[in-house]
Each structure stands twice: as C-alpha cells, then as structure tokens.
Design a protein around this ligand. Structure first.
Ligand SMILES: [Zn+2]
Length: 243
C-alpha cells in the first residue's frame, strides 16, 4: 500500500487491488470508500498515516456498494461513522439488492489468465461477501457535504445505479470511483479508462453520464483502481471514452 498526501489533508491510499481516500481537516477525519473486507488493517493504517485516529472516523462516503469499496463499512459504522452514498445505492448497501459481477461472471471469464489470478486473489480478501449496514444516508447531488473538505457529490450512474463521484473544489481533486479508473488488475493497459464491461450494471448509461465529470474543475484524478493521475479531468474523460 502507498499512502500519499496528494493535496493538503487529502490522502490517497493506493493498493494493487483497489484505492480509497482519507480526508483530514481541523482534527476531523472522513473516508471515501474502504477497500475489501480483508484490507481492514490497511484502512486503519492509512488513517493513522494521515495523523488521524481510525476510531474517530466521522463519515464514510461511498462511491458505490461493491465489496472492494465497502469492506470495512459495517465495522466503521459500528464505531460511529455515518455512511453516505448516492440515494439509488442505498438498497444495495442495506443488502436488499445486488448489482455486481457474480462469482459465475468471473468463472465464465476465468480462461483469461488475468481474470483467474485476480479472482483468486480477491476471494482471499473477502471478495465474495456483501457487506451491509442498516441506515446509510443519501447524499444530495451538487450539495457540499458537512465533512472534511466539503466534497460535492456528482451522480454518475452506470457502473451501479447510484454510483457517485466526489469533487473537492478547493483542492482541484475529483474522486471518480469506478466510473473512470487509471488501471485495473485485469486490464492490460494503464491510463484513463472504463473498467471491464462485465463489472458494470449498465455500460451504455455509464458512457452517457461520464461527460458530466468533464465539466468539473479538477486536475487531479483519484480513481477507484489504478494510480492517481495529474491531468485535467476533461482530458481524462476524453481519453477514457476514446478507448
Ligand atoms: Zn471497484
């Protein structure tokens, strides 16, 4: 794991399988996404590296409900963190519905060597679980949240119905989740791209909504998978759509 302060009080935790972000300001701390269930010790370590206390995370913002982004969610909620996500994502977070690649989806593609290796690896990290919480709270699109760095939710449905990016206007940062990534364990290429289509609930809808990202004022992209990218978001979106 690499934990890097990419802007003042904005810490990017990058692992080979997934990323998350620690937001610290005036002694307050929040997270955007929280890795696989098996990455709980890394989540806590990343928060400590930012200088904050993992037991005092006030909010967990989620880009979406997939297990690689929600692994520590039940644990952090039990410690008192509010769980925030796009409204359409709440049924999945409560465990009422599932919108994700199944073990069968992965098995059908296991002839691809990268998929097989990835599938075995993430299974060990709890990748077949569906973490859930009772009372996630919906975010209002376009309204800054009362958490460190006042992230602004940007709905980007497609990967999942309630997938949401978070824009940090003051820092010029956008946290894109899985709507736009810069790499993935099963992808042979690096750079701005969409994730392999089989992970998406609705690929066509994702491509139609991605241009919303391009309108943001941001030149540092923090994706759900792959390294951080210093590039105007409009250019990153254009490159991803051109692939
Ligand atoms: Zn993901």
């Amino acid at each position: 794991m690499e934990v890097t302060e990419v802007a003042s009080g904005v810490w990017f935790a990058h692992t080979e399988v997934v990323n998350w972000v620690v937001l610290v300001e005036d002694g307050r701390v929040a997270l955007v996404d929280c890795g696989y269930p098996g990455q709980a010790p890394l989540v806590d370590e990343s928060v400590r590296r930012s200088g904050a206390d993992p037991e005092r995370i006030e909010a967990l913002l989620l880009t979406h409900s997939h297990v690689d982004h929600t692994g520590s969610m039940p644990r952090l909620a039990a410690l008192g963190a509010r769980v925030l996500a796009g409204a359409a994502e709440l049924p999945m977070l409560r465990g009422e519905r599932v919108e994700s690649a199944t073990a069968l989806d992965v098995a059908l593609r296991a002839w691809r060597p990268r998929v097989l290796a990835w599938g075995l690896r993430v299974a060990r990290l709890g990748g077949t679980q569906h973490p859930r919480v009772d009372d996630p709270v919906p975010v209002a699109p376009g309204e800054p949240l009362d958490v460190p760095h006042a992230p602004v939710p940007v709905p980007l449905p497609g990967h999942t119905s309630g997938h949401t990016a978070y824009h940090l206007p003051d820092a010029g940062v956008v946290i894109t989740g899985d709507a736009l990534v810069t790499g993935h364990s099963i992808s042979p290429v690096s750079g701005p791209q969409a994730i392999d289509a089989f992970f998406h609930h609705d690929t066509r809808r994702l491509r139609a909504t991605l241009p919303r990202l391009a309108e943001l004022d941001a030149d540092l992209v923090l994706p759900g998978h792959g390294p951080a990218l210093s590039m105007p978001i409009a250019q990153a979106v254009a490159e991803a759509l051109a692939r």
